[in-house]
Design a protein around this ligand. Structure first.
Ligand code: 5GP
Length: 336
């Protein structure tokens, strides 16, 4: 526990509204009933839950972050909590959201950016903006316009674009043009991939050659994927953002011991360890590393290697990456 807690960590896959602690929900004025229900859902064992149930929990967070002031406070708290867990680099992702008459997609993103700008803790924070696959292509196109406008304004904060949302809904092919446009405009790309069995979409996503993919539980043939896609991933070596606890609780992976990441390790494919939604899944990054040590029989040296590789997979600038690598080296020098 001490090793994982004190290790300077790199978080590349954290959804803002999935990362709210109960304390933040209460601070934002959520009713005791909502907080109690949030806790109940958080603690329901994996057997009693599926991916769709997990998506219901986001409703509680969205209700609590329905004004720019609440979004600002939520972002500040999330940054502080990652910092308290010794995360030195955080890529936060969130979907621009409008609340009619109260908040526009633009004022939503501005509130998140302001919280990042106002951060005084020793943690470097970048923003990835999400396209939700449940939204209509028109709404997503409008969100992309906002994203590109604000990327011009905050090029060193807004670094990437993500595809997320309920994987049972929508499809990548309809949204591909938006990701192509984002890439042409200098945004890095990361796409949730293979969270349900859908070989055709996984193939389309890999062919797009994103900078990173998320989760990928149904990609390897032993886990319901097809050999063609697995071989393509092996060839392209696209880094995968792994979220152990999230996969177990949402039921896309049977157990920590049988987690699909074993195939990535066996074939020496690049990956990072992440929390996904530390509020929804009641975890933190130290615990994710502990579980990797315990269940996947990863050694401390490999954990260091994962952290260092994660820096390379990040959307930070080269200069920022060099500084982060220095911090990791310093920690190894004084602690190992
Ligand atoms: P937000 O974008 O509102 O800050 O964070 C919550 C949103 O992130 C959810 O509504 C959902 O669209 C997305 N999200 C969070 N966790 C997951 C996940 O495990 N898989 C997918 N596909 N999307 C997720």
């Amino acid at each position: 526990r001490d090793f994982c807690k004190s290790l300077p960590k790199i978080e590349l896959h954290a959804h803002l509204n999935g990362s709210l602690s109960e304390k933040t929900l209460t601070e934002l004025g959520s009713s005791p009933d909502d907080v109690a229900e949030y806790q109940r859902l958080q603690r329901t064992p994996p057997e009693g839950r599926n991916l769709s149930d997990c998506f219901k929990i986001f409703g509680f967070a969205h209700k609590a972050t329905a004004t720019p002031e609440a979004v600002y406070l939520a972002t500040k708290n999330v940054i502080r909590e990652f910092y308290d867990d010794n995360v030195i680099y955080l890529e936060l992702r969130t979907t621009p959201r409008e609340e009619v008459g109260i908040m526009t997609a633009e004022s939503y993103v501005e509130a998140v950016v302001k919280a990042i700008q106002d951060n005084t803790y020793d943690i470097l924070v970048k923003l990835i903006l999400s396209i939700n696959r449940q939204h209509s292509p028109e709404l997503s196109k409008n969100n992309l316009d906002v994203i590109l406008k604000l990327k011009e304004k905050y090029p060193n904060i807004i670094r990437g674009i993500d595809l997320s949302g309920d994987p049972h809904k929508g499809n990548f092919e309809d949204l591909k043009i938006l990701f192509e446009t984002a890439r042409k405009n200098g945004l890095r790309t990361t796409l949730h991939c293979g969270e349900v069995k859908n070989d055709e979409e996984v193939s389309q996503i890999l062919e797009f050659r994103p900078d990173r993919i998320g989760h990928a539980p149904f990609l390897h043939p032993n886990y319901g994927g097809c050999s063609k896609n697995w071989n393509l991933l092996r060839m392209l070596k696209i880094p995968t953002e792994i979220c152990l606890t999230s996969n177990i609780i949402s039921g896309t992976t049977k157990s920590y011991e049988l987690h699909h990441i074993k195939e990535w390790i066996k074939h020496d494919l690049p990956f990072s360890l992440n929390t996904d939604d530390k509020g929804v899944f009641h975890t933190d990054l130290s615990q994710e590393f502990e579980r990797a040590l315990k269940y996947l029989h990863i050694k401390n040296e490999q954990i260091l290697e994962i952290s260092s590789n994660s820096v390379n997979h990040s959307f930070a600038t080269q200069e920022e990456k060099n500084k982060l690598q220095e911090k990791l080296k310093e920690w190894v020098y004084t602690n190992c």
